[in-house]
Ligand binder design. Sequence first.
Ligand SMILES: [Zn+2]
Ligand SMILES: [Zn+2]
Length: 354
Amino acid sequence: MSTIAGPIAEPREGELGDKAPHPDPQSPPDTHPRPSLQAPGASQAADEGPAPEEIRVPVLKNVDRAVTGLITGVPPLLLVLAGWQLWNRELHWRDIAIFVVMYVPIGLGVTVGFHRLLTHRSFKTSAWMRGLLGVLGTMAVEGPVISWVADHRKHHAYSDRLGDPHSPHVDHGGGFSGALRGLAHAHVGWLFNHSQRGARERFAPDLIADPVISFIDATFVLWSLVGLAIPFGLGVLIGGTVDAGLEAMLWGGAVRIFVLHHVTYSINSLCHFFGRRRFATGDHSRNLLWLAPLSFGEAWHNNHHAFPTSAMHGLGRREIDFSGILISALERVGLVWDVQRISPDRQAARSLQG
Ligand SMILES: [Zn+2]
Ligand SMILES: [Zn+2]
């Protein structure tokens, strides 16, 4: 199925995290930081690329491609319909409101749930909260949660090297056309080219063993449909007609899926290509300011590669990070705990700004 990003269980400070055993003992972490990169199951000889058992090959490759094509291709087609509505000024404010009401919690389900909690374990929470965040993230239709996490952990284990599922920098040739090919692969091409997907058993055994997450993973289609039924129901409720429901499903479903997909894809493509580097990392990750608000803070991607277990991706006062703000708020009311933060000293030690 189509999945999106994917990182590794980045460990807690003092456990696996930034002090994780490095494949090359000659390289001090500050000059060649691949800290968090020892994903469960990642090959020790990381520079040689992944072992075959680290790569997931879909059972039905062409069926997988067809489903991914449908999930990726239908929302942009429906966007034409939405554009026509806009052009004819037939768009209702309720549709915009329903778009926002769907986009925000589902987006946070991906960033706070899939990414910061389930992939990197940057905080702890209860089973029901894990379930809620997992369900919300699944409604983004970015693939079953365990596949998403396995791919993203493999991305951190092999960032911008052979084995990275979606690097714009590996094997795409040089020059302008190589750059374009790399960006296209990192954005959506990797969803169809199955050569470097993360094996679930190797990269996410903890989630396979988690009954709550395994259930949500197995019921991916159900939650994807619930994510369409909710805007339909809201539209009927507010607008009073089935047409109002369909219109709300167009904006709260198709348009919302399209925007969130491409914001997520942009973290994989643009945030390894454009933007500023604040920290020394062994990859091409970058901080892309303009993408930070829409991605709820995920665009502080160089910060994230420098400190993968940090619950906060925005590390400076001006680096707005809505996901981090939400985690802090949930911590204050006792719904999450053991929130991982990076001390100013550790940040300074990795900083490129002297
Ligand atoms: Zn990550
Ligand atoms: Zn990355």
